[in-house]
Design a protein around this ligand. Structure first.
Ligand code: UDP
Length: 469
């Protein structure tokens, strides 16, 4: 079979951090000559109907005959707040969502669109069953890093080897990874994790039996030791970083990103007026909501640091008796050195020369974007993979520092100040900057023609063709 005859189906949940890497992978496969259908939940088209980026995506899909967008229902009413009814949503997806996806595949086949491979992201493991029912080979795409995949994989296959994590003094040594203390572990394997998340994860690792390939949103050079350590257990194919094209020196394409909220581009003009390497950028992804006390402590530290800052405070974090969620009068007291927006185009912000550092919750997308942009990070992880990503950023990638919270989880203003100083002016600041620049270069090389990730994508395509022939 020739590449042009290969049509693959990508299935994802519609969260900001899930759909964007899948969309970028779809785009890479299209650039290699494949046809791609991206399928996600019907509720997504409703949530995003007013977002500019969604209109852009639809235009792009209309203009790209090799790319298709399809929706299926999770079986729940469109008006149901799925975040509030997460349990119900997670139950409905494998039962009704899978039936609806299966019907979609049957209907598309009846209209001449048949798939040579189904690629699903790690949090929709039931897709592997749908693929098996239709006799279609399938791949899992881990949208978190190789390190995370390795920890989860070993946890699910050799649980007995893990020390009990209710003792905070226990630590874990796994091949290819630094010693992980409890504070560095993904929260999904801790006793405190809600059962519904644990179930999704164990389903994901059970589904691996039906999977032909495991792709990872990472690049070999970033996590070489851990990729090597998995070779005999479950070989990984790093095909990333799946970040916006502009961050990896490729031509910008309209459909490169989808945003849950429209971004406020005034911050880019604001950044243009700031000196090089001066601005502290703070953003905590699409889901994290900071406690009021935490916002206050960060605000006080920024005032003391006297550095310009750009801070994304989402509308859900804003308090009605405060200005932009910040203490009243704070913006005047900082003499206009700061700007607060409710959402920005993070890739453009990270690429701006005015940036000094990025205070991040360390979601995997933000982590990869910081790596690809070569921006030093101040890590402030909260849950899921973020603590492990923070550990990697500081101790493996060596391109940042980590905030140390008090026992109640809140970071003091002195600690925020310490981290800003350490990463911008402290003894290790130059070393951290140099390391960030090295990784930026490595990320670009990995996705360039002949690079490690590019080679893995080619290998994956050749495998699909071999299986279909
Ligand atoms: N992001 C953005 N604008 C903002 C804040 C975040 O575009 O103001 C994007 C960011 O570039 C990243 C995504 O939101 O791609 C967040 O994904 P991540 O995995 O870092 O965290 P999550 O939202 O899943 O917690």
């Amino acid at each position: 079979m020739a590449v042009e005859g290969v049509h693959v189906l990508l299935v994802t949940l519609p969260f900001q951090g899930h759909i964007n890497p899948m969309l970028r992978f779809a785009k890479r496969l299209v650039s290699k000559g494949l046809h791609v259908t991206l399928a996600t939940l019907e509720v997504f088209s409703q949530t995003l109907s007013n977002a500019k980026s969604y209109t852009n995506l639809n235009t792009q899909v209309d203009e790209t005959p090799e790319l298709h967008l399809e929706f299926f229902s999770d079986g729940l009413h469109l008006d149901l707040d799925r975040n509030k009814h997460l349990d119900l949503t997670l139950q409905s997806l494998p039962l009704l969502g899978s039936k609806n996806l299966s019907n979609l595949i049957t209907n598309l086949a009846a209209n001449g669109r048949t798939f040579s491979c189904i690629i699903y992201q790690i949090f929709v493991p039931w897709v592997a069953d749908v693929a098996a029912d239709h006799g279609i080979p399938c791949a899992m795409l881990c949208i978190q890093g190789s390190s995370l995949f390795s920890i989860y994989h070993r946890y699910h296959n050799d649980f007995e080897a893990f020390p009990p994590f209710d003792n905070p003094n226990n630590a874990l040594q796994l091949p290819g990874l630094p010693l992980l203390e409890v504070k560095d572990l993904p929260t999904f394997i801790l006793p405190s994790c809600p059962q519904h998340f644990k179930n999704v994860l164990s389903d994901s690792f059970r589904s691996l039996e039906k999977v032909n390939w495991v792709l990872v949103n990472s690049f070999y050079e970033l996590e070489a030791d851990v990729v090597k350590s998995m070779a005999l257990l479950k070989p990984l194919l790093p095909i990333g970083p799946l970040v916006p094209s502009s961050l990896i020196g490729k031509e910008e394409v309209i459909m490169d990103r989808l945003d849950m909220w429209n971004s406020d581009d005034s911050c880019l003009e604001w950044l243009d007026k700031k000196p090089n390497s001066s601005v502290v950028y703070l953003a905590f992804g699409s889901l994290t909501v900071l406690a009021k006390k935490q916002i206050e402590n960060i605000a006080m530290a920024l005032k003391k640091s006297k550095r310009p800052f750009l801070w994304v405070i989402k509308s859900g974090e804003r308090d009605s008796d405060k200005e932009n969620g910040l203490p009243v009068g704070f913006m005047e007291e900082t003499n206009g050195t700061g700007l607060v927006v409710s959402w920005c185009n993070q890739e453009k912000v990270l690429m701006h020369g005015a940036l000094a550092c990025f205070v991040s919750h360390c979601g995997w997308n933000s982590t990869l974007e910081a790596v690809a942009a070569g921006v030093p990070v101040i890590a402030f992880p909260e849950w899921t993979d973020q603590p492990t990503n923070a550990k990697l950023l500081v101790d493996v990638f060596k391109m940042g520092v980590r905030m140390r919270p008090q026992e109640d989880g809140v970071v003091t203003k002195e600690e925020v100040e310490r981290c800003i100083f350490e990463v911008t002016e402290g003894l290790r600041a130059t070393e951290i900057k140099e390391r960030a620049a090295e990784l930026k270069d490595a990320a670009r090389k990995a996705v360039a023609d002949g690079g490690s990730s590019d080679g893995n994508v080619d290998y994956f395509i050749s495998q699909i063709i071999e299986q279909s022939s």
